[in-house]
Design a protein around this ligand. Structure first.
Ligand code: PEP
Ligand code: MN
Length: 348
């Protein structure tokens, strides 16, 4: 089977000067590994008084970079005037940034500004882990007749991201792909990681989940970058990264592989069945507890008891090889379901 040829979009977080744009573009083009040049022209920053991009004056630098390297251009657009300026300067591809996807007013404005365009438009996931906002962004564009759409997964802010700037929460991106199977999905490891150290790992994970490509931030002199300095790679490092990613096959015809996989999947199915059976039994015991509480006029929630269950379970995290985060989520789900069962019994 031919190894997959992913789409590679690379370029600086921000277009800072004509020299920086041209030097980065030439270095990226000369690697032969990059399909599209990206750059931020207007930077939506979380905090004021940080570099907010060079604005329209950066557009001629990008046009020059395209003329000199032949690389098509991708930029972020967040409002009508961005779209109008970008169209005037022959920008080929647009993306909607995470903060824009997060805001339905902005998303609607930008969708209307893009009405009917044949150009490719990528929608980044919103900053929060709300999949409906991400879908909503795509739907608003579709409703405006924008048909060439793609998704960019850049991770989600603020929830247990650990060393990473934005938690990947892969399951949300995979659910998005399930809902919109015709849209290509690109991983933005730069914004997930926030630090160049982790980019290779996250990119390999995306490749193993069959992503269609990458958007990678690259600067000719990363440490001097005016935005996102820690996460940008030199153009040479981008080439090395792209070369290092292993695109494993989706299937193998080997009989030994097929047999082992089948037997492992049977084990998983049977374990899943047992887990569900045990959970159902646990809920039925919770109902019995609900009944004796009801008959003795005792309220459902007894926080001390729950705290001791949680403490005991989380203490086993290391020995079970299960993360605290996972155990917490699982316990929360079990707790909510138990309370619902007890509530039902209370009303009987
Ligand atoms: C960017 O791509 O430079 C950017 C601002 O990304 P995001 O919208 O994902 O934060
Ligand atoms: Mn950036």
């Amino acid at each position: 089977m031919e190894p997959k040829r992913p789409l590679i979009i690379a370029g600086p977080c921000s277009a800072e000067s004509e020299e920086q744009v041209l030097a980065t573009a030439h270095a990226l083009a000369s690697t032969g590994k990059v399909d599209i040049l990206r750059a931020g022209v207007w930077k939506p920053r979380t905090k004021p008084n940080t570099f907010e991009g060079m604005g329209v004056k950066a557009l001629p630098w990008l046009k020059k970079a395209k003329e000199q390297t032949g690389l098509p251009l991708a930029i972020e657009v967040a409002n009508t005037s961005h779209v109008e300026s970008a169209m005037k300067h022959d920008i080929d591809i647009f993306w909607i940034g995470a903060r824009t996807t997060s805001n339905p007013f902005s998303m609607q404005e930008v969708a209307e500004a893009l009405r009917g365009t044949e150009k490719m438009v990528y929608v980044k996931n919103p900053t929060s882990s709300d999949i409906e906002l991400w879908c909503g962004g795509v739907e608003r564009l579709l409703a405006c007749g924008v048909k060439n759409l793609g998704l960019i997964h850049r991770g989600f802010a603020g929830y247990g991201s650990g060393d990473l700037r934005n938690a990947p929460m892969w399951h949300i991106a995979l659910e998005m792909r399930r809902r919109m199977p015709d849209l290509p999905i690109i991983c933005d490891p730069s914004h997930i990681c926030g630090n160049r150290e982790y980019i290779k790992d996250i990119s390999q994970q995306a490749a193993d989940l069959d992503y269609d490509g990458f958007m990678i931030e690259s600067h000719i002199n990363p440490d001097m970058a005016l935005s996102d300095a820690k996460q940008q790679l030199t153009p040479e490092a981008v080439a090395k990264l792209v070369e290092s990613i292993k695109w494993r096959a989706g299937e193998s015809a080997s009989q030994a592989y097929q047999m082992t996989l089948m037997s492992l999947r049977e084990q998983i199915d049977s374990l899943d069945g047992e887990i569900l059976q045990l959970l159902a039994e646990r809920m039925s015991v919770a109902e019995d507890i609900g009944r004796i509480k009801r008959d003795n006029d005792v309220r459902i929630l007894q926080s001390l008891r729950w705290e001791s269950i949680a403490e005991r379970t989380l203490a086993r995290s290391a020995s079970l090889g299960l993360s605290i985060e996972f155990l917490q989520t699982l316990l929360d789900a079990i707790h909510v379901e138990s309370i619902n069962h007890q509530n039902k019994v209370m009303k009987e």
